[in-house]
Design a protein around this ligand. Sequence first.
Ligand SMILES: Cc1ncc(COP(=O)(O)O)c(C=O)c1O
Length: 428
Amino acid sequence: MANVYEDMTTEALDAEIEHLQKQADEIRAQNVSLDMARGKPSAEQTALARPMLDLLTSETKLEDGAAIVDNYGTPDGLPSARALAAQILGVEPANIVVSGSSSLNLMHDVVTHGFTNGVAGNKPWCQQGQVKWLCPAPGYDRHFTVTAHLGIKNIPVPMHEDGPDMDMVQRLVESDPSVKGIWCVPKYANPTGVTYSDEVVRRFASLKPAAPDFRIYWDNAYCVHGFGEKDDALLNVFDALADVGATDLVYEFGSTAKVTFPSSGIAFVTASASDMAEVRKAFGVSRVSPEKFSQLAHVLFLKDLDGVKAHMAKHAAIVAPRFALVEQKLTDGLADLGIAKWTHPHGGYFVSFDGPEGSARKIVALMSELGVKLTPAGATWPYGDDPHDTNIRIAPTYPSLEELGQALDIFVIAVRLVSARLARAKRA
Ligand SMILES: Cc1ncc(COP(=O)(O)O)c(C=O)c1O
């Protein structure tokens, strides 16, 4: 659809800018203070897991089979917690380590191990010259920071509606031995909400990397975060690997950060038996034993995959109306103008929004002036460098429905005003 502002007469465009400017001035005078920046659950959501806090008392049996909860030991995590994590990811418990409360932490440690000690007996990356990493973009800023922090060169890969651009991924992974990894969020990706198609998952599983120490970092953070009705199906990457007889290609991560409590969930990692043997050894350097009270509480509270699903249905009841509101407000305010597009996820935590070229930084800055905090423009790209300056991550979960509605009304005005000004600036 053509950009209506570019098609307007200059007089009509100037009048529109003046009208929008007046609306923005009125908002500024209201001194609102709203936050749509980070993907955090609302207080209503975290309250859903509060009953878990009542499950551990001084009377609780602090054993899990042969494992002791209140002392060192069981470095791979409690057997019951590993069984729960295995059900969540759909893999064998034997190849799972449950440790700590943050999956990002585990990803950081696995990547750092490759950098300092090497993967599968290969030279550490820090001794291999400049190594590279593929970063589907827009993507999760903290992933990009982990690799950038080690001096690994992050290379953006376009995200399509069914996953990353697999022709580019395959070309780079199979031709360049300095490419050591790729960040993937295969279900309800941050921020696009895209779930990788079966074909994309199969193409990942069929990769023939040029580097023997290349791995796929499969961050399945939102694997149980569907909104219900139209939950996306993700092909299990380990099944896809088995189908083509491949192994030692994927580390998969997950956590209950957005099931129970961010910062106090349980986090887990799985991979092939030999990759996990190496991960266990690497983790053993800095970990004596995981936090088993939290693991026990999670098992008592969630029990199994059915328990997780029942709990996530309660989250969905809170979150789905927020995403519906985003869709409605953006459609009502912007759909007919030909200036923006956005994603329509069936789960997860984000909507990815693209305005006209050169608009994202201006929109985020204007929103900040008007009292609404957004994720910084560019954050969804490696090094904060969105090449066309179009992408904004919308995180609708944290504000109340009322606040979200207010923030989106302001967003619509900001997008229109910035787009109209950009169209005007193109004229003499
Ligand atoms: C894709 C993705 N992975 C991981 C995380 C963080 O998970 P954790 O709290 O388990 O480190 C987030 C949080 O926003 C995320 O969006």
